[in-house]
Ligand binder design. Structure first.
Ligand code: SAH
Length: 355
């Protein structure tokens, strides 16, 4: 049995399912889901990410966390956590960059929130020599001052999608079955108070209830214990439009073909995450484009320092990597950074005087 057959049977039995259910099953089905069954990263996989492109990414974020930790009076112990750590590369770079920050490693309780057994194994290998614990959800993390990173985590959470349908309201995108094939359709329109009246013409709105729940949980912890959470992802502030997409072998694919075999994602609505975290008591301490943020943290100087020790080919590679991370034509503008802190915490590195 394939995931496609499982989905077809379920739809035949129960009727069309919301896009969010489809996305959740494709990404997380324990036996056939995309993440539980593979390492999707790198050249041989479906997509690549900033930490896989350059060590500078993790180094800058690690030093930003350590600086924020010191500015808060170096609480010990504290929680050094990551959501959706992939191969563990980002955390490995964070730990290398912060090795000489006095007391940081000794006070850190390292926790990774990861549901995929395949990726947990990769993280374990990558972080050998460190004491690391794993959790399935944020709720399972210990109650400590929180210093947390989430890179390309929120885009992997299921979204609900709605289309404006005139006075009747908003029609939700559903995955149904026609002639044995999965198809995208619409549920009958309903009022959606959160979106207001549906305008004329086609307007698409997306919400990510799972992402908002995570932001609420992080916000509550930051409110109670302080710290810094940095969420980095592609998306925008109050994003609109259809951003649901499938990626397979580094190319855009049909999201209904080969369920469980493609990475399904949507752009992250940072305004919704910020609203959820701030309703839970956290402070929204900053929002910026990835390129500008990394340069403010010193990515340019770090690339120069690395280049000074490299041969010609190495220098060329370093320049290429930095360009990929920060240039507006590449990841620099599409990717954003959201910084959340406790209500009494000082502004975090890169966001001083910018609230
Ligand atoms: N942060 C990494 C990997 C991004 S891929 C990097 O930048 O390279 C998305 C990651 O989130 C994977 O590790 C995936 O297994 C994990 N993930 C996806 N959905 C999740 C969920 N609901 N709970 C926990 N982890 C999840």
């Amino acid at each position: 049995m394939s995931l496609g057959e499982i989905l077809a049977r379920r739809i035949a039995r129960e009727g069309p399912m919301p896009l969010s259910d489809y996305m959740a099953l494709c990404l997380a089905h324990p036996e056939f889901g995309y993440y539980p069954t593979r390492d999707p990263l790198g050249a041989a996989g479906d997509f690549t990410t900033a930490p896989e492109i350059s060590q500078i990414f993790g180094e800058m974020l690690g030093l930003a966390l350590a600086e924020a930790w010191m500015a808060r009076g170096a609480p010990a112990p504290f929680l050094l956590a990551e959501l959706g750590p992939g191969r563990g590369t980002l955390m490995a770079d964070v730990l290398r960059a912060t090795a000489r920050v006095p007391g940081f490693h000794a006070a850190a309780r390292i926790w990774l929130v990861e549901t995929s057994p395949a990726l947990r194994a990769a993280q374990k290998r990558r972080l050998e020599g460190f004491e690391v614990s794993w959790a399935d959800t944020v709720a399972e993390l210990p109650d400590l001052p929180l210093f947390l990173l989430a890179n390309e985590f929120f885009d992997a959470l299921p979204i609900r999608q709605f289309r404006s349908a005139g006075p009747a309201g908003w029609a939700e995108s559903m995955v149904g079955l026609e002639g044995g094939r999965l198809t995208l359709g619409l549920a009958p329109p309903v009022p959606m108070p959160r979106f207001g009246a549906a305008p004329e013409g086609v307007v698409v709105r997306e919400i990510c209830p799972a992402g908002e729940a995570v932001a609420t949980a992080l916000g509550g912890r930051l409110a109670a214990r302080g710290g810094l959470a940095l969420a980095i992802d592609y998306g925008g502030w109050d994003g609109q439009g259809d951003t649901f997409q499938a990626l397979r072998n580094h190319a855009v694919a049909d999201p209904l073909e080969a369920p469980g075999e493609a990475d399904l994602t949507a752009h992250v609505d940072f305004a919704a995450l910020a609203a959820a975290a701030s309703a839970a008591g956290a402070r929204v301490a900053g929002y910026a484009e990835q390129g500008a943020y990394l340069m403010r943290l010193g990515a340019g100087a770090r690339a120069e320092a690395l280049a000074a020790r490299a041969d010609d080919a190495g220098q060329e590679a370093l320049r290429g990597q930095l360009t990929r991370l920060v240039s507006p034509e590449q990841m620099g503008r599409l990717f954003k950074v959201l910084a959340l802190t406790g209500p009494d915490d000082p502004p975090p590195p890169g966001f001083e005087g910018r609230e």
